[in-house]
Design a protein around this ligand. Structure first.
Ligand SMILES: *[C@@H]1O[C@H](CO)[C@@H](O)[C@H](O)[C@H]1NC(C)=O
Ligand SMILES: *[C@@H]1O[C@H](CO)[C@@H](O)[C@H](O)[C@H]1NC(C)=O
Ligand SMILES: *[C@@H]1O[C@H](CO)[C@@H](O)[C@H](O)[C@H]1NC(C)=O
Ligand SMILES: *[C@@H]1O[C@H](CO)[C@@H](O)[C@H](O)[C@H]1NC(C)=O
Ligand SMILES: *[C@@H]1O[C@H](CO)[C@@H](O)[C@H](O)[C@H]1NC(C)=O
Ligand SMILES: *[C@@H]1O[C@H](CO)[C@@H](O)[C@H](O)[C@H]1NC(C)=O
Ligand SMILES: *[C@@H]1O[C@H](CO)[C@@H](O)[C@H](O)[C@H]1NC(C)=O
Ligand SMILES: *[C@@H]1O[C@H](CO)[C@@H](O)[C@H](O)[C@H]1NC(C)=O
Ligand SMILES: *[C@@H]1O[C@H](CO)[C@@H](O)[C@H](O)[C@H]1NC(C)=O
Length: 331
């Protein structure tokens, strides 16, 4: 009796290390029946965009493969099962255009374009919370899919919601490489934020030139959201995403300050007549507008530059002058 109980627990634990090597009979099934299904998949494997009908056939073959391996309780079979499961998730992700769909849906969620999304934490980094959101918020999520995704994605979500939910919220066992569909789905909420952030970051130079700082506050908020979002994603940590540095978002606030300072610095450099400052030698050559980039050498002298800047831009320049002066280099 005791022996049986131990044995049953033993074989029902799906860990490779505990599983036995495959017997000759089991190996025969692996190489026979299961390999036949794998061959069926081979004829489909190709980079082209496939029709919905073909996508469905591929999913069906995939199910036969994983089912075939799943039924054999030995190490090689379970290893194959996991491998094809991941391969097939990848195929579905591509064939049903799920990346595009998820990006659009998270776009709508992030921008709060639809009311129903606000009660569900679809972007949570906590997988329990996320599962709960996608469970009780299924109909809200599906309404976004139905109105904003391709017909292939719509078909997939309608017939495979439960398996989608598992891929999304069950952490994979062996995941050092960060190349699974689960990982992409984890990163998905951050993609629209990243796009927004990068677009606005690009316009910063224009903002500084026009002295229009209205975007700065929004950029700071997007930065913080993006920072928080990317914490859970191995995709973003793998590429050393700079947003993850703590200071990045705080630094955005200094843009206006830096611009004020830089502007004063620049205009005084470009001033045609600075003969009123005794720290500037009377034979100093002033940069002409033609040679804007030429910095007069007296400007390497911080104290002299300070005197000139106070004279030209007012006493307020002295507030945090040293700090701003050393930051000047970074701008
Ligand atoms: C898809 O599978 C069905 C039934 O198994 C078959 O009749 C059809 O020809 C397949 N379509 C393609 C494009 O492979
Ligand atoms: C959301 O709800 C508010 C009132 O509750 C309504 O005024 C608004 O139009 C709704 N927005 C959308 C996108 O449905
Ligand atoms: C995730 O959320 C659940 C339920 O809200 C909570 O019990 C659990 O502690 C959270 N997990 C983490 C890692 O924060
Ligand atoms: C989503 O679909 C609705 C309804 O078709 C449309 O009004 C809206 O512009 C779409 N949103 C996006 C981000 O494509
Ligand atoms: C990421 O950052 C770490 C530490 O700063 C560095 O050692 C590593 O080379 C970086 N990796 C990439 C891909 O830039
Ligand atoms: C510069 O300013 C000094 C004193 O204010 C003045 O004498 C001189 O003519 C000015 N030079 C030019 C080129 O404007
Ligand atoms: C300016 O005069 C000083 C000495 O008074 C001299 O050392 C320096 O080289 C001169 N600079 C230029 C640009 O002529
Ligand atoms: C200087 O700064 C103070 C406080 O920071 C401000 O109230 C004042 O208006 C500033 N003066 C000028 C000329 O910008
Ligand atoms: C210099 O930096 C300080 C804080 O570091 C800031 O309060 C001040 O406004 C800055 N001054 C200018 C002219 O940008």
């Amino acid at each position: 009796m005791t022996k049986w109980a131990v044995f049953l627990i033993f074989i029902s634990t799906p860990i490779f290390a505990v599983l036995q090597d495959c017997s000759p009979e089991e190996s025969a099934i692996l190489q026979g029946k299961c390999s036949l299904h794998v061959n069926e998949l081979m004829i489909f494997t190709d980079d082209k965009e496939v029709s919905l009908e073909v996508a469905k056939n591929i999913s069906k073959v995939c199910q036969s493969i994983t089912k075939c391996y799943e039924d054999i309780q030995c190490a090689d079979a379970q290893r194959n099962k996991e491998m094809y499961e991941q391969k097939c998730q990848r195929l579905d992700y591509k064939n049903y255009l799920l990346k595009d769909c998820m990006t659009k849906v998270y776009d709508i969620i992030n921008d709060k374009l639809v009311n129903c999304t606000e009660q569900f934490d679809y972007s949570s980094n906590n997988l329990t919370t996320k599962r709960e959101a996608f469970t009780s918020g299924k109909s809200c999520f599906m309404s976004l899919v139905d109105t904003n995704c391709s017909s292939k994605s719509i078909a997939h979500f309608h017939s495979n919601y439960d398996s989608f939910l598992n891929i999304l919220t069950v952490p994979p066992a062996n995941n050092e490489k960060c190349n699974l569909v689960h990982d992409e789905l984890t990163a998905a909420p951050c993609i629209p934020l990243q796009t927004t952030f990068m677009a606005e970051e690009m316009s910063l130079v224009t903002i500084m030139l026009k002295r229009d700082f209205s975007v700065v506050k929004r950029l700071r908020r997007v930065c913080e959201q993006l920072q928080e979002c990317t914490v859970a994603s191995c995709f973003f940590s793998a590429m050393n995403f700079t947003i993850r540095n703590e200071d990045t978002c705080t630094n955005i606030d200094t843009i206006q300050r830096k611009t004020d300072f830089a502007e004063c610095h620049l205009t005084t450099i470009l001033k045609a007549n600075l003969t009123n400052y005794d720290c500037i030698p009377s034979n100093a050559t002033m940069p002409s507008f033609v040679k804007r980039t030429t910095k007069p050498n007296f400007y390497d002298d911080k104290e002299c530059a300070k005197k000139v800047m106070v004279g030209e831009c007012g006493q307020n320049v002295t507030i945090g002058f040293d700090e701003n002066w050393s930051r000047q280099v970074e701008l």
